[in-house]
Ligand binder design. Structure first.
Ligand code: SF4
Length: 345
């Protein structure tokens, strides 16, 4: 196992402190950050404006690659899933979602190895949480995907394996690195944190003063249905969750996206649509309806298109901004962890 730390897990001020420790001037940190995120080099040897002995010190202290791609599913230019091995042989998934017409690429990244929350329709939580990813491992996923894309991604969504707010500090550090003006400069509004409903995480995020997007997986209009498919509801009820979301929108003035996976005969009736509309009344939000993606671990089905259309209409008529689409990103979220689960089997 490689015991060196990933250089992608350090903010410029931390790299600056390292430079000073090594007797180097502070401006070296900016040079290093530039090599890493603008020129996207993958070794210290390539950092030609640094003195050779210092390049050797960097190589001794840091790893420039903490992920190894072991499988790529899908073709270039289309949605691709990367299965990557970490230095302790654990595996995570990263997804590249191109939108050629809009000329925008989205990278869906993981924040943990496994997940403790065990949502019924998700492969990632089936074997529980193994460990948190470091900020370096999180940023490295974006760098690996950027290499595949041949350029910087436009959007980053934390919708891969794991619950971002269950690894809050490392995830937020990765957000700051990705967003840094001297680095990849991925705008905060182009970074989405997606939570299954970890209330303390929403409360902390409200205090960060960051313009990131927040997406909350609701998937049910009432406590009972939600508890059946999302065990997290037994820790933080839907009532508490919506209260935290209201406080968040009041404080940040930012819209929340509620994700709602439609599952046949579980949460797709007209009555449930009305119930959801009532709960989200006067809420600064949009609702993203996603038909269930089939996963081996869950025997639910997606509703037929008429049922989904009626569900969406009920919300729209109640004045709720609603989208119904087989969004690749969201579908992949439902299917997230599949590639890893197959490998583990
Ligand atoms: S959907 Fe997200 S929170 Fe739920 S089990 Fe999967 S990774 Fe965890």
């Amino acid at each position: 196992m490689n015991s060196k730390l990933s250089i992608h897990g350090f903010l410029p001020e931390e790299i600056e402190a390292f430079c000073k420790e090594q007797g180097q001037p502070a401006f070296r940190a900016k040079q290093i950050f530039d090599w890493l995120y603008v020129k996207c080099v993958t070794s210290a040897e390539e950092m030609q404006n640094l003195p050779a002995p210092f390049r050797a010190q960097l190589s001794d202290h840091f790893t420039f690659h903490c992920l190894e791609k072991i499988e790529i599913q899908g073709r270039k230019g289309e949605t691709q899933k990367l299965l990557c091995k970490l230095c302790d042989n654990e595996m995570i998934e990263t997804v590249i979602i191109p939108a050629p017409r809009r000329k925008k690429n989205t990278i869906c990244i993981s924040g943990q190895v496994g997940c403790r929350f065990g949502c019924a329709f998700c492969a990632s939580g089936q074997k529980g949480l193994l460990r948190n990813l470091t900020a370096g491992e999180i940023v490295d996923q974006v760098m690996e995907a950027a290499q595949e894309l041949g350029g910087r991604p436009d959007n980053v969504v934390f919708m891969g394996i794991g619950e971002p707010f269950d690894n809050y500090d490392e995830v937020m550090k990765a957000v700051r690195i990705l967003n840094h003006p001297d680095g990849l400069k991925i705008g905060a509004r182009r970074i989405t944190l997606s939570t299954c409903g970890v209330v303390p995480g929403i409360e902390r995020l409200a205090e960060e003063g960051l313009q990131v997007e927040l997406s909350v997986s609701l998937h049910a209009p009432d406590e009972e249905t939600r508890s059946k498919i999302m065990p997290v509801n037994k820790i933080w009820s839907m009532g508490e969750l919506l209260e935290a979301c209201r406080t968040y929108t009041k404080k940040t003035k930012r819209i929340i996206t509620f994700e709602y996976t439609l599952i046949k005969d579980v949460n797709d009736s007209v009555e449930q649509a009305h119930q959801l509309a009532r709960r989200l009344e006067k809420f600064l939000c949009r609702v993203n309806l996603i038909p269930l993606s089939p996963v081996e671990e869950f025997d639910g089905e997606r509703p037929d298109s008429d049922t989904m259309r009626v569900f969406a209409q009920v919300l729209e008529r109640a004045g709720i901004n609603t989208t119904l689409r087989d969004s690749k990103g969201s579908a992949l979220k439902a299917a997230c962890g599949q590639l890893r689960a197959h490998r583990l089997r």
